[in-house]
Design a protein around this ligand. Sequence first.
Ligand SMILES: NC(=O)c1ccc[n+]([C@@H]2O[C@H](COP(=O)([O-])OP(=O)(O)OC[C@H]3O[C@@H](n4cnc5c(N)ncnc54)[C@H](OP(=O)(O)O)[C@@H]3O)[C@@H](O)[C@H]2O)c1
Length: 407
Amino acid sequence: MLTTSTVFRAARTTRALQRSFSSSIVARVRRAVVYNANGNPAENLRVLSVPNTLDPPPPSTLNIRFLLSPINPSDINVIEGVYPAKPLPRNPSNLSQTDSNDSAERVFIGGNEGLAEVMEVGEGVQGLKTGDWVVMVKQQAGTWCSDTNVGEQDVVRIPKVDGRLPSEVDAATMTVNPPTAYNMLRDFVQLKPGDWVVQNGANSAVGQAVIQIAAHRELKTLNLVRDRDDFAALEARLTSLGATRVLPYSLLDPTVDKARAKETRTSLQSLFAGSPPRLALNCVSGAPTTHMSSLLGSNAVLVSYGAMSKQPLSLPTSLFIFKDLTSKGFWQSRWYKTHSREERESLMQELVTLIVNGKLREPENEVFTIGADQDDESSTHALREKIQKIQGGRYGKKLLIKFDVKR
Ligand SMILES: NC(=O)c1ccc[n+]([C@@H]2O[C@H](COP(=O)([O-])OP(=O)(O)OC[C@H]3O[C@@H](n4cnc5c(N)ncnc54)[C@H](OP(=O)(O)O)[C@@H]3O)[C@@H](O)[C@H]2O)c1
């Protein structure tokens, strides 16, 4: 129901929006992708310019500038207000943190993951210097911005391996998806070369990392994806990453074609040659996961880490009774919280080693540049259009935000 205060609030928000769009014609110094309140990101995200520069960093902090920051599905969920992690509110006039609870007087900067370059170090900072590449340790740091000040404990340096750094895209996308893939393949089932792993959402960034890390460990992967017109091209791309087999969900779905689903299962059973998968990775839920679970062998573990279909997980009871199926969840944020800085750095070292040795390639991607000469209103329009396209599904590329800022 619309109350008087909601109407006043909406009017104030609109005035604030108009002020921020018109402010884009004055010289802007810092920029961010922000939102005032939870809602649909294709409607509530906007590009905001603020006319202040960063102060010199206080002791034990750093000023950093973001080079590239991905838009992950969880970022969308945070903006929608359906994710159990929230960013801190910021003052819209200078992007500093604020205590205000008034949605017209505070904004949230989107983004959890990103690659930044150290611009200036405060007194007492050890182990980091100007020019280093860093990624976020702190969750929901607000990475969709041109530059910011962070505590030295909030970031970790990207290590060089044999004198080599990963690409900008690799570095910007390596704290969420590759570790999720790596840990899920390591922590639930003891797998040996030749073992099968089955996953859905196999063309996602996590799925692409699963395929490559599994191939590096000589594991076989059965990769399930949504049906699409260009299935053959996707199959070829995932196969080039190391996928053993790629299939569309419909081939396993008895409601689409019962006889064909049975035939597919029979042919997969002969492919598994008596050793069906004992690990299944699920980021989709809904019917595709029900069908995927029927391919599992005894004592298998189904690990759920996403629910892109927004449907609940439904598993046949018989799998628990007769095959002793275990169903578990995985959250990389929890992993980071429950592991030491040394363990996190060692995982990063492992991943950088895979990357610089060509074993883990950057996900299919597209850089969305917010141009230095593009005003806030047109940048906002272009960004919202892009988000809407991603929300439509089958986009096929990880979108990364880049600020091209006049300095
Ligand atoms: N638990 C964790 O710690 C953790 C860590 C990382 C990621 N995740 C989750 O893992 C999932 C993948 O993340 P990502 O960054 O790798 O994603 P991404 O690269 O953006 O890819 C999105 C994937 O979701 C699929 N998808 C989108 N809408 C769908 C729908 N309605 N039904 C079925 N599939 C749909 C896409 O398939 P199409 O190409 O067919 O659209 C694509 O495979 C997300 O749910 C994310 O939140 C969880």
